[in-house]
Design a protein around this ligand. Sequence first.
Ligand SMILES: Cc1ncc(COP(=O)(O)O)c(C=O)c1O
Length: 441
Amino acid sequence: MSHREPGPESGKLIRDEQQWIAPGIQRLATMAGIAMESGQGCLLQDADGQTYLDFMAGVGVASLGHSHPRWASAIASQAAKLSIGSFASAPRLALLKLMASLLPEPLRRVQLYSGGSEAVEAALRLAKAHTRKFEVVAFWGGFHGKTGGVLPLIGDPFKQGWGPLAPGSLLVPYADPYRPPIDSLDPAECAMACIDLARKQIEATSLGSVAAVIVEPIQGTAGNVVPPPEWLPAVQQLARDLDALFIVDEMITGFGRTGKMFGFEHSDVQPDILTLGKGFGGGFPVTAVVAAESVAEDSHPWSKPSSSSSSVGGNPLAAAAALATLETILEEGLVENSRVVGEHILARLETWKERFPFVGDVRGKGLLLGFDLVTDRKSKTPLPTKLTHKIYTECVRRGLLVMAYGARVRINPPLVISEEEADAGLDIFESVLTDVAPEIG
Ligand SMILES: Cc1ncc(COP(=O)(O)O)c(C=O)c1O
């Protein structure tokens, strides 16, 4: 297996850049110790010409892989024509029409943004405007961005140090079958037990003013955690019982990532609002709020002129990039590819549970997969970071970029990945796990 130590060009670029760049960029980049030069499909090439298979896709952003020719040329020709402004434009109209054709009937009103957190904040503002209420229910393990309005919704210690946070958020347990809120909980009962607990917690702590319940259909940042099938309908029922809007944050799960066009389509639910981003623009920064007609209309102040807009959201360039991305996803059958290759990867991961005692569970839908690394299966103690960091850097050195730097491993390659490429990446991963196994004991 060929080994890739960071080369001199990577070293030079990183050293020079370190003089200027602020600390705090993604851990996966700093730990890898390489500078990137180019990419094509599922392959990335570093500054010294060494290639890597990409199982990260920029954390689900590179839905079409890298530098898809159709996407690149759509952006180039639109940039040469018109980029800026919120006037109506042909690419925006085509994009809105295409989105409408992909979504169920009531979800018709789209507002476009350029960041995921920005879109989620806009969705929350809309929910507050529509319901005239102000509390938001979110979930343990959830992640909806890092800006002020969504930080309080983060369901883990990440938000520590940024207090005081805006009041009004209620964090309740998510149905994580492998790591349920109560250790003794049977995975089969996890969903309903979590909802019961959520109801009791809301009753005890809410000010009676819940505007929205926001949920990820599969929790990405938490580790690509797949809840039981009855979970999303139960969350929707919770929202309905609270007379609150049901917001599904599809930032990661949208546009084919889970083997269906949208993550919520695995369940029989009808969201009031969707938040979309990441793979939506295939790498161009474009995100969206999609609301039911009845929710978006007359929801003052959100729906007043200039109240839900932003400087670059949905400009002609962003619209052209998103349009090219969605057209390519449809024409190349990438939703189906995600389902088929995802099943193939999941089947191989299942065999790892037999081979490696430190693989706790495996999970996934489509190309959103993961597993837990544990010291032993009984205690489920997460593998120490010393070891997960070693696994991560060893994967990089052998040519695989995969989010394995923590005990909850995330696998989310570009949607264009082939079975052969998936196998090549899994071969590398397997070889690394085999070699570190003696250290884990
Ligand atoms: C579910 C979800 N919502 C929102 C966001 C925030 O998106 P952004 O990083 O573009 O602000 C993320 C980012 O990871 C996410 O996973």
